[in-house]
Design a protein around this ligand. Sequence first.
Ligand SMILES: [Fe+2]
Length: 465
Amino acid sequence: MSSRVSPFLQGAFTPLYTERTAHRLPVKGRIPPELDGLFTQIGGNPVAPPRRRGAEDYSWFSQDGMVCGIRLRDGRAEWFRNRWIRSRRVCRSLGESRPPGPRRFFTDVVNTNVVCHGGLLLALVETGCLPVRLSETLDTVEYSDLGGGLPIGITAHPKTDPVSGELFALAYSPLHTSADYLVITAEGTIRKTERIPLGGRPMMHDIALTEKHVVLFDLPVRFHLGQAARGRFPFRWDGRHQARIGLLPREGGAGSLRWFSIAPCFVFHAVNATEENGVVRIYALRYPKMFDGTSQDPFAYGACMLWEWTIDPATGKVTERQLDDHQQELPRIDPRRIGRPFRHCYGISAREQGLSTYEPEVLLKHDFARERTEERAFPRGSVPTEPVFVPRAGNGAAEDDGWILHFRIDALHHESDLVVLDARDFTGPPVATVRLPVRVPFGFHSNWIPDAELDAVGAGLGPPR
Ligand SMILES: [Fe+2]
């Protein structure tokens, strides 16, 4: 075991070992009454203090999923809850019986993202295991294959088309050399499944969507049997693999997928993609390398920067360039601009190169029209989490007319807040700050679930299927 305790067990990442419920949380400022819904964060948080705590032994990505949520309603912070996803390990530790439903994978840990679609509140994981259906109060209801249509779990970053409301998703497993591309209607019915041969086992954390295509990333981080056999994070850099981006027509089959070679890199998160006159532009956060065996820490592989790839399928020409010199992660845009031209993007950053995002200290707001980036800096020891943009209701609202919701974690004083910013006054005082009853751990992803979608979740919760 390495002597250095993993950074993912310290500071803002320090796990919580209890579940809490609190009502009527104290609020500074005024929560806009239009913010009626649930703010969630999910991440890896072991159910009990881990035995293997070393930097090279402890894998943040493999830990039990914990969901934290705050319900906002009528200008009040109605409740806070944090709940573990009831995996086999969590149930054993808590002395509970396991939830119903199929898993279809050897591990049933689900910890990466929470989305709401078709009346289902679903926790998702990178690969393999089926989604976990949650109640509107974050309890595990069941593992679900969506009525039999899901062969394996969809990845944690499906994309919702803002016009049709359909969900576009990828499902892959390191056990197979193919992926499944799925389209799920706004009502939650799987209407299209296409098997995509990959010729290997890449890690495919995210996809992007244009109005006509789904964008796939087939990059040199691949499943590694030796790592898996040693119980380590099972993906590793393979420099022999040609990095490539795939363009699949939304309604096309595997035969219409085209691959385009790019320079070696790794992408966890796409920002967005657009399409004009047949030319596709892809915006994503690019690492020069990832998981080459020197560290299990994704932040140890150089600064992550915003890049643009331009692909002209008619000529086959691909160009790529760095757009910005801030290191950054966890990019978010206005959900109404997914697959469409967009002007703003938000994310987390750190002041020092090399400090990386262990301790992000800055929130970013990019304005691509003005080629300007605003920085919202935090004092040392105070860490912001993924900034989620929530548009003000009404279709006429401009792209940055809304709010930014995120946690501020103060690891020194063991405090955390939910912070609401006016997205148009990005560096100004918060609109509202909600004091949470516990210091929440820094997680993977946050989301905002509007009240109307939560109502559908509650209405759909009869007896578990
Ligand atoms: Fe992610």
